[in-house]
Design a protein around this ligand. Structure first.
Ligand SMILES: Cc1cc2nc3c(=O)[nH]c(=O)nc-3n(C[C@H](O)[C@H](O)[C@H](O)COP(=O)(O)OP(=O)(O)OC[C@H]3O[C@@H](n4cnc5c(N)ncnc54)[C@H](O)[C@@H]3O)c2cc1C
Length: 382
């Protein structure tokens, strides 16, 4: 039973897909994972990297380590995807498979807004380290947390960042000297999850004296005057700018013919198969419209759940054993609020007519739950 499956991307969806597929398929069937990065970074912990509660090495692992599980790991930039022939071009070489699983995530595009580089982000490892250095010496002034566009991975992350920053400054002697404002391109926190979740987060922001300004789309940044100009005519100044950049599909995806009308890879929302047979896409690279009009949020929990479904179905097709599964849109999320506490939301995002999501009261147990999840992540996949 020879053959091969190729996993594009070694982020959340990619490592789950490659590891589970390796377990489910006979040894003579090749599983290859391709990523340009040397390390897999556990993104939820970037918030703790920002606050100095984690070091980079603690939240990253070499992708090469997956070789000991029998996965072929290729490090390189995927330059072209020929979906119809299930072939990719990497390091100048063509690699073909019987199945492709596209898990290339969303690309960050800070360069789309001139002046944004005067600020700091926590959306990748190097940026989060820079931000940590900056907040450790920041003693007074106005911190602005900014989302450049309403579509970004982990809808909770910038809200968590604002609350963790508030706690950080309070416990590092600069509390009352620092004002925090949040300017959001979106209409409200975690709006896709429903009004109860939005209200719960707004209340947490109010309790922490974080001034919240929804539906403010940034138009220009005057880095000399340190002033933000929004499309609705509002202006505000900042001393420290903390931002979530615009997201877009990776360039290679834009040229792959796999994009749908919503600008992301179009898939069947239950099987994650693209319009090309044998080619699947999971995680942030996909755009899955929900009945309520917003897309399924980009989050690791969905990339993870989708990877399990795709692996099961590919393994069924190859081995003829087991039964096909469908992705059901369930997901959950911890929301860090500082002081070693977190909230928790979980629910069915495919529910009709809109997602049915419940929130639990914030407490220490949810923070400990996230810490346990992080530990378990590395133990399970590396
Ligand atoms: C600060 C922060 C906190 C978060 N917290 C949570 C959380 O608590 N819960 C949650 O569910 N989600 C969270 N997320 C979101 C989560 O990390 C992402 O949704 C998840 O990583 C998506 O998985 P993915 O496999 O689709 O893409 P990714 O994990 O982004 O992986 C994509 C991979 O593809 C590779 N790649 C891209 N293009 C190419 C190319 N051309 N050639 C080679 N390789 C390429 C990249 O290097 C990358 O390794 C958080 C994200 C951030 C930034």
């Amino acid at each position: 039973m020879k053959g091969s499956a190729i996993i594009l991307g070694g982020g959340v969806g990619g490592i789950v897909a490659a590891s589970l597929l390796r377990k489910r398929l006979p040894a003579e069937y090749t599983v290859t994972l391709i990523d340009r990065e040397e390390n897999h970074v556990f993104a939820p912990s970037l918030l703790w990297l920002m606050t100095g509660d984690r070091k980079s090495a603690a939240i990253s692992r070499p992708l090469h380590d997956l070789q000991k599980k029998g996965i072929e790991v290729v490090r390189g930039d995927i330059e072209r995807i020929d979906a119809v022939n299930r072939t990719v071009l990497v390091n100048g070489q063509s690699i073909s498979g019987d199945y492709l699983v596209v898990a290339l995530g969303a690309a960050l595009a800070p360069e789309d807004l001139p002046g944004l580089d005067a600020g700091y982000s926590f959306y990748d490892l190097k940026e989060a380290e820079r931000l940590r250095g900056q907040i450790s010496t920041f003693q007074q002034g106005h911190v602005v947390v900014l989302t450049v566009s309403p579509v970004y991975k982990c809808p909770a992350a910038p809200y968590e960042a604002a609350m963790l920053l508030r706690h950080y400054f309070q416990t590092h002697g600069a509390g009352s000297q620092i004002r925090i404002s949040f300017y959001a391109a979106e209409g409200g926190p975690l709006a896709v999850a429903g009004q109860n979740v939005t209200e719960a987060v707004l209340q947490l922001l109010r309790e922490r004296d974080i001034a919240y300004h929804p539906q403010h789309v940034i138009q220009a940044i005057d880095t000399g005057a340190r002033t933000l100009h929004f499309a609705n005519g509002v202006e505000d100044s900042y001393d420290l700018l903390v931002y979530v950049p615009a997201h877009k599909p990776p360039r290679v995806i834009q040229e792959s013919g796999l994009l749908g009308q919503n600008g992301w890879v179009e898939v069947d929302r239950h099987t994650l198969e693209t319009k090309v047979s044998g080619v699947y896409a999971i995680g942030d690279v996909t755009g899955i419209p929900l009945e309520m009009g917003k897309p399924l949020p980009k989050a690791g929990v969905f990339a993870h759940g989708q990877a399990k479904v795709v692996v099961n179905n590919i393994a069924c097709k190859i081995t003829g054993k087991g039964s096909l599964m469908e992705f059901d849109g369930h997901g959950e999320c911890f929301v860090e609020i500082g002081d070693r506490k977190a909230g928790f939301a979980h629910g069915d995002f495919y529910a009709s007519p809109s997602p049915a999501v419940k929130v639990a009261r914030p407490g220490v147990r949810w923070h400990l739950g996230k810490v346990a999840f992080e530990k378990n992540w590395f133990r399970t996949w590396f």
